[in-house]
Write a protein that binds this ligand. Sequence first.
Ligand SMILES: CC(C)(COP(=O)(O)OP(=O)(O)OC[C@H]1O[C@@H](n2cnc3c(N)ncnc32)[C@H](O)[C@@H]1OP(=O)(O)O)[C@@H](O)C(=O)NCCC(=O)NCCS
Length: 179
Amino acid sequence: MIVGEQTRLRAIEREDIPIFVRWLNDPEVRQYLEMYLPMSVAEEEQWFEAQLKDDTSRIFGIETEEGRLIGNIGLHNLDWKNRNALLGIVIAEREYWGRGYGTDAVTTLLDFAFNEMNLHRVSLSVYEFNERAVRCHEKCGFRHEGRAREALFRDGSYHDHFLMAILREEFISEDQSKA
Ligand SMILES: CC(C)(COP(=O)(O)OP(=O)(O)OC[C@H]1O[C@@H](n2cnc3c(N)ncnc32)[C@H](O)[C@@H]1OP(=O)(O)O)[C@@H](O)C(=O)NCCC(=O)NCCS
């Protein structure tokens, strides 16, 4: 377990797969994610087996202090030479949106990424219309690095992505300024 203030990050298990399928088939959740096709249990099982062997990603379940699984968070495209990775997060139990769980899970994972995995840089891409996610990542210390224009086609029109990233020294100095 990686313990945050409001959340705990734990290993994901085969038994979680039906929950993931429910989450990823919720259009309200999926609108913010890359995937756009309905997801089957078989596909999710395949993904689960593949990620067990994948040395370039680390995925965790996000639990509340009461032990309820509310989402997943992970580091992808892990690049051990340049010490960077891409962060992805989904809080999929919607009643938990906007209550600080995302900010806590991201901060907890960044602490682990920089202080245990010894990463140097964590980046992400977020859709411009996903204002809650942009705000959450800004609060965690991510800086805006650019805009990928009209990179997403969704619901009949094109949308921009924001590219955001945080460096280890920025995370550490922010942490120290709070202490
Ligand atoms: C994005 C996500 C991880 C954020 O987690 P969260 O727990 O909902 O977010 P938090 O409560 O920690 O922080 C959200 C912030 O955005 C603000 N916010 C909420 N809705 C907003 C909106 N429509 N516009 C602008 N800001 C908004 C909140 O007020 C809060 O900021 P504050 O603390 O300054 O008031 C979560 O909502 C989620 O998983 N959404 C669905 C999937 C997704 O978008 N994944 C990210 C893809 S990059």
